[in-house]
Design a protein around this ligand. Structure first.
Ligand SMILES: NC(=O)c1ccc[n+]([C@@H]2O[C@H](COP(=O)([O-])OP(=O)(O)OC[C@H]3O[C@@H](n4cnc5c(N)ncnc54)[C@H](O)[C@@H]3O)[C@@H](O)[C@H]2O)c1
Length: 460
């Protein structure tokens, strides 16, 4: 295993760090895996499930180490285009992802479907003996997380969640090292600002494209009609295509948690990691706040089913033992604010700032500070590429990757609880040891969701 870069000079000369500042301080080629994957038979045979926009970015960066041998997508237009672009048309193409799990020659699976499919595919992939890189958010519910964690423990499979901010050294990992080194003192408050979500007007029912298997796209979610509108009025303003399908699924509770899990999976994860590194390992005691939805809700369910329904605006506060608070909001600079007794820092994809960052010029972090928070795993330039390198390295060494399912679910539980609070409009009390909402049966029932007949998880 190669050793982490010596960061002393870097952190000793930089105050506020901005995107791109890392360039000269990281090697320009991946180190950790470059040597490990020289031989053809050292490469990973990868099966891709869901060939949409993020898969494009992910397979692009993982290419030095993987051979894309099979693609599953329920939209044949997408799998064909992906195959041509990333595998010279040579990958096997399927509509049903289970054909990939049947193959003994596939080492790793990348899951990049919409969120409502993640749990079923990840669990079945682990049971089929595959290691998995699954996009965030790992689940649609808290109970799905319990299942994934259990199966991961039982099977010992390596599962990386696609929260690549955990592999961003100049900003997020450095921020975590500042916390871990005690430079902020005891953390009192963390704030994840994740932006709001769009609303829509009524989106008309439409005939699904011939190449799209709409029933299979819906999978475990309720059977509903396909909706689609290409609105020329929106050119240059926002997404021109409104639908309950590709990309736009994010704004429907049936398939996603809205912004709370779309971006919450990233920034609440960083906020939660900071608390953990600060020795505050207990989960929340309660969460409450307020949210605005584009439609009315009754008993936690949207009344109108023809338009986006996830929260557009929100402000939640989770209370932790010892008086620590975590705030999740839409309305201020996107990023994570970490406030401790000795100082505060702000970290986002664009910058890391605050007096404790400026102080590194005179008092740099110890050489091993970043390596320590990164579990002493090899580091790479570029967070998305590094996140893949981290995963594939762990597949070889059987170590736990940096975005393991256990830490991810700790953060994602908060996002899901915020979603339940939003939908019911009341504060929730949480028993972290039992992973149950206390004193609220209706809320507790929302820890799980029904799976549509024919699309239940296949446990063996
Ligand atoms: N890590 C990040 O920064 C990041 C960024 C964007 C998206 N994501 C995540 O990636 C996932 C995909 O998002 P996207 O924007 O690429 O969505 P998308 O709609 O562009 O792509 C999803 C693809 O999955 C396919 N699909 C649906 N059901 C399937 C099934 N049962 N089997 C095989 N294929 C199936 C769809 O047809 C589509 O081609 C989401 O969970 C999202 O949260 C992560």
């Amino acid at each position: 295993m190669s050793r982490p870069t010596n960061r002393r000079g870097f952190l000793g000369t930089c105050g506020t760090l901005t995107a791109g500042a890392a360039g000269p301080f990281f090697p320009s080629t991946p180190r950790a895996l470059a040597d490990e994957t020289k031989a053809k038979n050292d490469r990973f045979a990868l099966g891709l499930i869901g060939s949409g926009s993020i898969a494009n970015a992910n397979i692009g960066v993982a290419k030095p180490w993987i051979d894309l041998v099979a693609i599953a997508d329920v939209d044949a237009r997408r799998s064909a285009a992906f195959n041509a672009r990333h595998a010279d048309g040579k990958a096997a193409v399927h509509d049903d992802y289970r054909r990939l799990l049947d193959r003994d020659d596939i080492d790793v699976i990348h899951v990049a479907t919409p969120d409502h499919w993640h749990t079923k595919v990840v669990v079945e992939a682990m049971l089929a003996g595959k290691d998995v890189y699954c996009e965030k958010p790992l689940t649609l519910t808290i109970d799905e997380g319990k299942l994934i964690r259990r199966v991961q423990k039982e099977t010992g499979r390596v599962v990386q969640v696609g929260t690549q901010q955990r592999s961003d050294f100049p900003r997020f990992v450095t921020a975590m090292a500042i916390v871990a080194e005690g430079r902020l003192g005891r953390i009192k408050r963390v704030q994840a600002a994740i932006g709001g979500a769009p609303s829509s007007y009524s989106i008309p029912v439409a005939e699904p494209p011939r190449e799209l298997n709409w029933d299979r796209w819906l999978g475990p979610a309720p059977a509903v009609e396909y909706r689609f509108l290409n609105d020329p009025q929106l050119v240059g303003k926002e997404s021109q295509e409104k639908s309950n399908c590709h990309y736009e699924f994010r704004w429907w509770y049936e398939y996603s948690g809205g912004k709370l899990t779309d971006w919450g999976a990233h920034h609440v994860d960083i906020a939660s990691w900071a608390l953990e590194l600060n020795g505050q390992t207990a989960g929340p005691l309660s969460i409450g706040g307020s949210a605005t939805h584009p439609v009315a809700f009754e008993d936690g369910m949207p009344v109108e089913r023809d338009r986006y329904n996830t929260a557009t605006a929100f402000l939640f506060t989770a209370e932790f033992p010892g008086g620590t608070q975590m705030v999740i909001r839409h309305d201020t600079d996107n990023g994570v604010l970490i406030e401790g007794e000795k100082g505060r820092i702000f970290v986002s994809r664009g910058k890391l700032s605050g007096a404790p960052v400026d102080a590194l010029a005179d008092d740099p972090l110890p050489e091993d500070a970043l390596a320590n928070v990164y579990k002493n795993l090899p580091m790479e330039e570029n967070e998305r590429k590094g996140h893949w390198a981290n995963f594939l390295h762990c597949v070889k060494t059987r170590q736990e990757p940096i975005s393991d399912v256990h830490s991810h679910m700790k953060a994602l539980n908060l996002c899901h609880l915020a979603g339940i609070t939003a939908r019911l409009g009341r504060t929730l009390q949480w028993d972290d040891a039992a992973e149950q909402i206390t004193g609220d049966e209706q809320a507790n029932a929302m820890l799980a969701r029904p799976y549509r007949k024919g699309y239940e998880i296949e446990m063996g």
